[in-house]
Design a protein around this ligand. Structure first.
Ligand SMILES: NC(=O)c1ccc[n+]([C@@H]2O[C@H](COP(=O)([O-])OP(=O)(O)OC[C@H]3O[C@@H](n4cnc5c(N)ncnc54)[C@H](OP(=O)(O)O)[C@@H]3O)[C@@H](O)[C@H]2O)c1
Length: 383
């Protein structure tokens, strides 16, 4: 049997990095024993991005869990706010869509400095490569960075190396939200490494939308119909090619592999896109109108897999020689990925000590509330 650390039971483990099988808490203790945990010392934060995840974080900041965390600035791509009265407003996100100061990172950093707090944190809840490119510089200037943005750690290798250099000089980088929406993947991996264990192979389903699509796809409905439903349910990006291209999964694979000591360049991951070449350059509207063109090739792959008693899953794989691949794979029904539900993510880690059966981390791997919680958890860990 594999050791399984899942999101449903991790609360009972006491530490997210725990490796042993976590025991569920007795029912009554969930309400009576889990107290809100405030940061040990006050923390000042600025929030970059007030979209789906940033908006959920703003809500969390208004709960007792965030006592000791002071929001001193917030920004979307066009406007920002540093005035205390506006920042305290429950309608801050909507307000920023209408009014605020023009975007200027320097005045947000000045607001952090003016807070007088020892812990000054920039929370990046955007997907902006331009902002991610500043993370290492911010760390080297004494700010901490907590991020859901994968563009630096999962981007080009020189960016990753600059990040590691800044961390080595004392900067603290909260990256739990970049992989599995906060499932304890990176923390577990780092804990294993501190104990002298090494990752040998990695395999799993790293995308909530692709997990849902292939958990549902049994050939009875065209793939494009399922894709439309997934989009309606908010499981995919507005332009589903962002999910179907496999690029986001590749970024997550790079982040995990690099954290495990494999210095992989982004061009070293072989990515199989599910988007046919003819549909790649279209504008979003034209793509949405032609999604049926996905159906025939996927139906053929599905029929082949079924004839062998297998199912299709969109897998990320890293083998012992550091070869990384992201794409559609056939797996037998006994494979752990064949037994996923909903938008579950799954990360199977084989290591020098978990070598007969992998350590499997599994659970919901997308969603604004859990992603925002991962950001808050990383902020609180700095206090
Ligand atoms: N949604 C999830 O379940 C999930 C899970 C795990 C990780 N993530 C990651 O979390 C990040 C945010 O995702 P999301 O779903 O919240 O995206 P989203 O709804 O599109 O929100 C992105 C936000 O970033 C803002 N933004 C873009 N460039 C900016 C800049 N230069 N300065 C300040 N703000 C800027 C946007 O501003 P405007 O409003 O002006 O456009 C928007 O408010 C992404 O990196 C995503 O991959 C998301």
């Amino acid at each position: 049997m594999s050791a399984v650390l899942d999101a449903g039971t991790a609360a009972g483990a006491g530490s997210v990095g725990a490796i042993s099988v976590a025991m569920p808490l007795p029912q009554k203790s969930i309400a009576t024993e889990v107290a809100p945990t405030a940061a040990a010392s006050p923390v000042a934060i600025v929030l970059l991005g007030t979209g789906v995840v940033g908006g959920a974080l703003l809500k969390l900041l208004n709960t007792p869990a965030a006592v000791g965390v002071r929001l001193v600035g917030a920004a979307n791509s066009r406007r920002q706010q540093t005035a205390a009265a506006q920042l305290a407003s429950r309608g801050l996100r909507e307000q920023l869509n209408r009014e605020g100061d023009p975007r200027d990172n320097a005045s947000l950093l000045a607001a952090l400095d003016a807070s007088g707090m020892a812990q000054r944190v920039i929370v990046d809840a955007t997907a902006s490569a331009a902002l991610a490119a500043r993370h290492a510089e911010w760390l080297s200037r004494g700010y901490h960075v907590v991020t859901a943005n994968k563009a630096l750690a999962g981007g080009e290798l020189p960016g990753w190396r600059a990040l590691q250099a800044a961390i080595a000089c004392g900067g603290r980088y909260g990256d739990s939200a970049t992989v599995g929406a906060g499932l304890p993947v990176l923390s577990t991996l780092r804990r294993l490494r501190r104990c002298g264990d090494s990752l040998l192979t990695l395999e799993g389903v790293f995308s909530g939308s692709l997990s849902w699509l292939f958990n549902q796809y049994d050939g009875s409905r065209p793939f494009s119909e399922l894709l439309r439903e997934a989009r309606r349910l908010g499981y995919t990006e507005p332009d589903p090619r962002s999910d179907l291209s496999g690029d986001d999964v590749a970024r997550k694979l790079l982040i995990i592999a690099r954290n495990a000591g494999f210095a992989l360049g982004s061009d070293e991951v072989v990515v199989e896109s599910l988007v046919p070449v003819a549909l790649r350059a279209l504008d979003a509207e034209s793509f949405l109108a032609r999604m049926e063109e996905l159906d025939a090739p996927l139906a053929a792959r599905h029929a082949e897999a079924t004839s062998r008693g297998h199912v299709l899953r969109f897998l990320a794989r890293l083998n012992q020689r550091g070869l990384a691949r992201v794409g559609l794979a056939e797996v037998p029904l006994t494979h752990p990925a064949a037994r996923l539900h909903g938008t579950d993510n799954q990360f199977a880690l084989s290591t020098t000590r978990y070598n007969t059966q992998p350590l499997v981390i599994q659970g919901p791997g997308a969603g604004p509330e859990i992603t925002a919680q991962a950001l808050l958890g990383d902020v609180l860990a700095l206090g």
